[in-house]
Design a protein. Structure first.
Length: 642
């Protein structure tokens, strides 16, 4: 995981800024706070948008917008009208198709309904031009005018349903626009920002029109503009191979904090290189990446240009840079297909900020990063990563820093821990590049299937416990020396929430010896009370659980048992209780000879040989005993047939 080529640039920036996931969550929920009753509009479901030409005239000193939006769409069913989402606060002055004025109405439900001149059959395309103006709806704060250092500034933030407050659109999570052209006309002393590559600037009198083109699929909520007296500077990014050429990182900073801003952004190319090495090429390489400073807290991952909050000095935090850049893969290239699946965006973007810690600061700081996540996650005993239908109407729950961001990030890490680096990162690359997901939408089962295909593992149990249900395990682990070169580890587990009776997980345990010896084990814990007999080349003096903070857990304990040991005590019977079969495990050096089963009356009911795996399905329910004969003696164990 360590990439030495990154270190020279990265070490200079390591540790300068603390992570502020709360402010990231707050900014990403900002435009939705009073709008979560909004659902995908069924009246917009009968067409697919392929192109927008967005022409906006604005002045950052005035809360007002004049717009002309030209939209090309394809009918998915025969259409006599076409409906767009648009706040009633904006007034439409005209709608045209092929130069012909069309009838329209602005419904009370924040809709613009346009009557087509004739029925548009399924599969046919049409283009309409909408002219409108007015002060945008302020309630969702998707369109903001403010000041920095006495200078007017304007920005937009539409996630998840704010786009309709400043332009006629289709806002849902099922239709990405194939490409857009954005033309921003503003007073000529200002610099304008939007998605994609800047194509031109045209000055007419006191007005300047800046044209941007974005040629990748994009949902409405990721389209954005910003206008103020930005200072612009550009960095170079990309791994620089023939298959992966360089591309620009274009930065828009407030002039009064330019120096600090440049210093903080200097880390971005190295973070970009890290992410490209792990997840594949930056998804919008033919255009740009960049940052545009705003006066709000946190950041927002608008495609190709993240809008970012700087500290008082004007510097961005490294964790914010990493989080918003991570979204260009998780959220922008592949977008969650419902707000119940928001962790696919936020959990993975937040984990990518953790990968920066791992690769910049090293393993100790990465352990600290994970520990901070765990401490926050376990402040409450419940809470799932995946949202219920009712939770998906609550903006505070959608953008919960504890569950969506932090637990989502740690679940991503536990998947990596369970699958191993090769399968985990290959599975994520496959997820990002799958033809049905790439530059489109995904649901949680889509991620699961890609990770299963890459790893060959069945992940139903993991996703059920850690994503769809709630809580975390609480472990009680004991270790005991059982003779020269061997130790027995017993794992007992409780859970913090009733929804999961038992978490099946690989459990990390570290055994320590008096001479500084250390042995790290990963024990595949599948049943409660499970015992493991391990070869240990030293006498164990202490035991640690989860030293790398790879599992979400709280109040777990790990102790060394100092009792006198008899080799026969090392016999392990599991699972207990069981309805079908049991396994009897013996330590190395002991030979299992036979197993005789007895009922409560002391009558022998079954007798088996030395294979260690025994069918008990014919026994009646209740308590039974089995006498295990070994070359070191006999031991009788009790179990329950359920």
């Amino acid at each position: 995981m360590k990439n030495n080529l990154l270190l020279a640039t990265l070490l200079a920036c390591a540790g300068l800024w603390a992570q502020d996931v709360e402010s990231v969550a707050e900014s990403e929920m900002k435009s939705a706070e009073s709008l979560m009753a909004f659902a995908a509009n069924p009246n917009t479901a009968n067409y697919d948008i392929t192109y927008h030409k967005l022409e906006f005239t604005v002045d950052p000193a005035v809360y007002f917008i004049t717009g002309k939006v030209t939209t090309t769409f394809t009918a998915l069913a025969t259409m006599n009208t076409v409906t767009f989402d648009l706040t009633n606060d904006l007034t439409v002055s005209s709608v045209k198709k092929d130069g012909v004025t069309l009838a329209f109405s602005q419904a009370s439900a924040n809709e613009l309904v346009i009557t087509l001149p004739s029925a548009l059959p399924s599969g046919a395309s049409a283009t309409v031009e909408i002219n409108y103006s007015g002060p945008p709806d302020f309630g969702e704060q998707a369109f903001i005018t403010s000041q920095h250092n006495g200078t007017p500034v304007l920005w937009t933030l539409s996630e998840p349903f704010g786009a309709k407050d400043w332009w006629p659109c289709k806002q849902d999570l099922n239709d990405k626009i194939n490409s857009i052209d954005v033309h921003i006309t503003a007073p000529s002393q200002y610099t304008s920002v939007s998605n994609g590559l800047e194509q031109s600037q045209t000055v007419v009198g006191t007005q300047k029109t800046t044209h941007f083109h974005h040629g990748y699929p994009i949902p409405a909520y990721l389209i954005a503009i910003a206008v103020t007296n930005y200072s612009v500077y550009t960095l170079q990014a990309g791994l620089g191979t023939s298959e992966s050429p360089f591309f620009p990182i274009v930065n828009y900073a407030f002039p009064e904090t330019l120096t600090a801003n440049q210093a903080s952004v200097a880390v971005t190319p190295a973070i970009m290189n890290l992410f490209e090495s792990l997840f594949g090429p930056y998804p919008f390489r033919n255009e740009k990446y960049g940052h545009a400073q705003w006066s709000y807290g946190g950041g927002m991952e608008h495609t190709t240009v993240s809008f970012m909050a700087a500290g008082g000095s004007g510097a961005y935090s490294r964790s914010l840079i990493a989080h918003e850049l991570g979204h260009q893969w998780f959220g922008n290239k592949v977008t969650c297909g419902s707000w119940r699946d928001i962790w696919l965006n936020e959990g993975f973007a937040e984990y990518m900020s953790g990968l920066v810690v791992e690769n910049i600061d090293g393993p100790t700081q990465f352990v600290n990063w994970k520990n901070a996540k765990i401490d926050n996650i376990t402040t409450q005993p419940g809470g799932a990563v995946y949202l219920t239908e009712s939770e998906a109407t609550n903006v505070n729950r959608i953008f919960s820093s504890r569950l969506t961001y932090n637990k989502g990030a740690m679940v991503a890490h536990m998947l990596r821990y369970k699958l191993g680096d090769d399968a985990f990162f290959q599975g994520l690359q496959n997820y990002l590049n799958a033809p049905n997901l790439s530059y489109a939408y995904a649901l949680t089962p889509d991620l699961q299937s890609q990770l299963e295909a890459a790893s060959g593992q069945d992940l139903d149990e993991f996703f059920n416990d850690w994503i769809y249900k709630q809580g975390y395990p609480i472990y009680d682990i004991t270790a005991q020396n059982i003779g020269p070169g061997q130790a027995r580890i017993t794992i007992n587990q409780e859970t913090s929430h009733f929804s999961v009776p038992f978490f099946e997980m690989p459990v990390p345990v570290r055994l320590l010896g008096a001479g500084g010896q250390q042995l790290d084990l990963v024990l595949n814990n599948t049943v409660n009370g499970q015992q493991f007999i391990e070869n240990v080349p030293f006498a164990v003096t202490s035991v640690l659980f989860n030293p790398g903070k790879d599992i979400i857990s709280k109040n777990s304990s790990a102790t060394l048992s100092a009792g006198t040991f008899d080799l026969r005590d090392a016999l392990v019977l599991y699972p207990n209780p069981s309805s079908a079969s049991i396994t009897i495990q013996v330590p190395n050096g002991i030979i299992l000879e036979s197993a005789t089963f007895y009922n409560a009356l002391g009558q022998a009911t079954l007798k088996y040989g030395a294979d260690g795996n025994y069918d008990i399905s014919t026994l009646p329910q209740g308590i039974h005993w089995v006498t295990v004969k070994t070359d070191a003696g006999e031991k009788t164990l009790k179990f329950v047939r359920n």
